[in-house]
Structures are given as structure tokens and as C-alpha cells.
Design a protein around this ligand. Structure first.
Ligand code: SF4
Length: 418
């Protein structure tokens, strides 16, 4: 594996590999994205609908709660129809784990904080071993075994790691090693520390997450802070964003994070846009949002730029595969920094979609070959010069403002001190 971060890859810790259904986890496998359904698992059709939406958004493995017999029975009907592997989430009742295994799930998640009897843990591990089904030891800072909480004087990284190691030892006793581990907390520095310790202590693949991260945008920031920090250190084999939002947002966020770190191949458009400024010729936010919507369901793995003005836009986004910059009520399209066409401002988004589709099918060279780039460059230069003549180099007219500030401060009574 290439190790240069510039190439979008990172030196990853070596972990052993397990398989959750047809998805490999650890041992150099692509980092997978997970999410969890919010439907009642007994509602087979509703749950499958959500699973299909999650899979379309980039989710590789999905977890469903198995909290009652009806949920286990639902899983028996869901598993054969799901496009991605199903993990049953188990708390408190070890019998629900056995029922989920009977239903044919591809993985289990056990919470060592609330299934604590060694004979119960070993019964589940033995059954999982015989069926070749992996288990995630899902330690959660909020539901840690009370005795560990007491021993460590509160919730600490050491307490979470000890909880996972204890469970691992029970699994060991029955010869079960198809395991992954998570040590989630809602406190980001604590979670990061716990995963670092865990990664030193074992080569078991790690499932990363910041638990109960909360609603957007705070939840997204917290989860990204924790997960990305660890991924950039080479820690983590599979990830889940725990957001108080539609789970599709979790899957999208997970996928986008991995793509932006260069850890998964880009599947959809990577839309970049300038932040806009006084020079903008269009409502950049509106055009970028419309472009995002237009590309949402298209599998076009290109970087596409929306830039507010033709003065700086094409240059600043010259690395993008395709972009558009506004100028004098017209949109200037550029491919790899080269102007290719001019379209009315109202057709900017449509033009981006057309060009992106063409480039995706035929490549950049073919796209450039079909137009007169010299003509497009002349048109862009015309609008660029017109904008410069109108607004000058300084779109915010900072020179005049600074002169005015100086004049006011220097005027009699202009001393800022009272
Ligand atoms: S100078 Fe142009 S491209 Fe750059 S932020 Fe302002 S509007 Fe956007």
C-alpha cells in the first residue's frame, strides 16, 4: 500500500480480518460504513425500505435492534431480502442474541455493560462460533459495567478498554475469535484516547464512533472530530456516525468522510464551491445547493466546482474536473481549468450536469476536443475584464473604506479612548 497522505492513503495499523456477511472488516480491507435502522425491526417492510435507502447512500453494513421476540422474527424475514449484511444489536437479553443467530443475522453487537453473566456471554459466543458469525464487543461509555466504573473512579479510557478485554477473554475461553471492538463515548477526547489504547492492546479490528453525537450540525462535527482523528492515525476498520437524524445522513456522512480522506474511492460528485465574497456575480449558496441536489443521485465520481465570479473562479478551481464561474449574467464552464463554454446564468446547473455526464462517459480529452476552447477563453476574458473594470481588483472597495477609517480616527474628537 502507498503510504503518502498526499496520495490519499494512510499507514494503517495491522488488524486481523473478519467477515460480516460479504463485507471484510480489518486486515487491510476497505474501511466500511455502518448505520442503524430507526424502524421497529418487527416492521419488516418499513425496515427493508430504510435499509435500501441506507445502502444507496453508501452504507455497507446495517444494524437493527433485536430487543424482543417479534424483532428476531422480523430479522428472519429481513436478512434474506437485505442488500447489505445485517447486524443484530443486543442489550440486556442474551436470549435475543441466540434468537438473532437463529434468524440468520450476519453479525451481533453485544454490550458488555449490560450482558454480564459469563455463562450467558459464553453461550452466545459458542453459538456464534458454530455458525461462523462475528460479534462486535460494543463498549459504551454511557452503559459501562458499574463495577468498572467504581474500580476506575468514573468513566475512563482504561475502564472502557478493560471492559472490552474482559469480554474478549470470555470469548477466548470458548475458542471464539471472530470479533471486532468499539469503545465509544460521547466525549471526543475520551473516545480518541480509549481507541488509541485499544489499538495498542489488540489486533482485533476496531469499529469507530462517537456515541450519542446528537443532532446536526454539532453531531456531525463531534463525530468527524473523533473518527477522522483516529483514521488519520491509521486506527479504525469500520465506522458509524451516531447522529440524531435520518440514518441516511449517517451513511452519507460516513461515506463522505472516507472519500475526503482518500480512504474509499469516490462514488458521487465531490462538489466544491467558493465561500462567495463581495465579488460574487451570483447567489453562490443557491447555485451550489441546486447543483448538489441535481447530482445527489448520480454516480459521477468527479470533482465539480461552483465559483462566484469569473475573475478568480477558474484559477482557484483549476484542479477540479469541471466547474462553472459566473460573470456578467453568464456562466463560464471550465474543464481542468480550461474554458470550454459559455451558458446563460439560468442554465448553469443544467450545463454542469450535461458536461459532467459527458466527461464521466467519454473522459476529459474528448470533452475538450468537442469545443473551441480559444473562443470560450476569449469570452471569459471579456467578462473578466468587464468585472475588473467595474469593480477593480478590490471587490470590497477596501482602499476607500480604510481611507475613511483613517480620516475618522484622525479627525478632531476621533480618539477612540473615552
Ligand atoms: S473572488 Fe470570486 S471565486 Fe473567489 S470567493 Fe469571491 S466570488 Fe468566489
Amino acid at each position: 500500500m502507498a503510504d503518502s497522505p498526499a496520495m490519499g492513503t494512510h499507514q494503517r495499523r495491522t488488524t486481523r480480518q473478519i467477515r460480516v456477511g460479504n463485507v471484510a472488516v480489518g486486515g487491510g480491507a476497505p474501511i466500511s460504513v455502518q448505520s442503524m435502522t430507526t424502524t421497529k425491526t418487527a416492521d419488516v417492510e418499513g425496515t427493508l425500505q430504510q435499509i435500501y435507502a441506507l445502502a444507496a447512500a453508501g452504507c455497507d453494513i446495517v444494524r437493527c435492534t433485536c430487543n424482543e421476540q417479534e424483532a428476531a422474527e422480523g430479522l428472519a424475514a429481513i436478512v434474506p431480502r437485505s442488500p447489505i449484511p445485517i447486524v443484530a444489536d443486543i442489550h440486556h437479553q442474551y436470549k435475543m442474541a441466540l434468537a438473532a443467530l437463529e434468524a440468520g443475522v450476519h453479525g451481533l453487537r453485544l454490550n458488555p455493560g449490560n450482558i454480564r453473566k459469563p455463562e450467558h456471554i459464553k453461550a452466545v459466543a459458542s453459538e456464534a462460533r458454530d455458525r461462523g458469525v462475528p460479534i462486535r464487543i460494543g463498549v459504551n461509555g454511557g452503559s459501562l459495567d458499574p463495577s468498572l466504573y467504581e474500580k476506575h473512579g468514573g468513566l475512563t479510557a482504561e475502564a472502557m478498554v478493560e471492559s472490552a478485554m474482559q469480554e474478549l477473554a470470555y470469548f477466548d475461553e470458548v475458542g471464539f475469535d471472530q470479533v471486532k471492538i468499539s469503545v465509544k463515548a460521547s466525549n471526543v477526547p475520551l473516545m480518541v484516547e480509549a481507541y488509541r489504547m485499544m489499538s495498542e492492546a489488540t489486533d482485533v479490528p476496531l469499529h469507530l464512533g462517537v456515541t450519542e453525537a446528537g443532532p446536526l450540525p454539532g453531531g456531525l462535527v463531534k463525530a468527524t472530530a473523533g473518527i477522522a482523528t483516529l483514521l488519520l492515525e491509521g486506527i479504525g476498520d469500520t465506522i458509524r456516525y451516531s447522529l440524531t437524524a435520518d440514518p441516511v445522513e449517517e451513511a452519507r456522512a460516513g461515506r463522505l468522510l472516507l472519500e475526503s480522506l482518500g480512504l474509499r474511492e469516490r462514488k458521487n460528485v465531490d462538489l466544491i464551491a467558493c465561500p462567495s465574497c463581495g465579488r460574487a456575480e451570483i447567489d453562490v449558496i443557491d447555485v451550489a445547493n441546486r447543483a448538489q441536489e441535481a447530482f445527489a443521485d448520480r454516480e459521477i465520481p468527479l470533482q465539480i466546482a461552483v465559483m462566484g465570479c469569473v475573475v478568480n473562479g477558474p484559477g482557484e478551481a483549476r484542479e477540479a474536473d469541471l466547474g462553472i464561474a459566473a460573470g456578467n449574467k453568464r456562466g463560464h464552464l471550465f474543464v481542468k481549468g480550461r474554458n470550454v463554454a459559455v451558458v446563460p446564468e439560468s442554465e448553469m446547473v443544467e450545463a454542469l450536469v450535461d458536461w459532467a455526464t459527458y466527461i464521466n462517459e467519454h473522459g476529459v480529452e474528448a470533452a475538450l476536443a468537442r469545443v473551441d476552447t480559444a473562443l470560450a477563453e476569449r469570452e471569459a476574458a471579456k467578462d473578466r475584464n468587464a468585472l475588473l473594470a467595474e469593480k477593480g481588483d478590490d471587490a470590497n472597495d477596501a482602499g476607500t473604506k480604510i481611507a475613511e477609517i483613517r480620516r475618522k480616527v484622525a479627525s478632531p474628537g476621533g480618539d477612540a479612548r473615552d
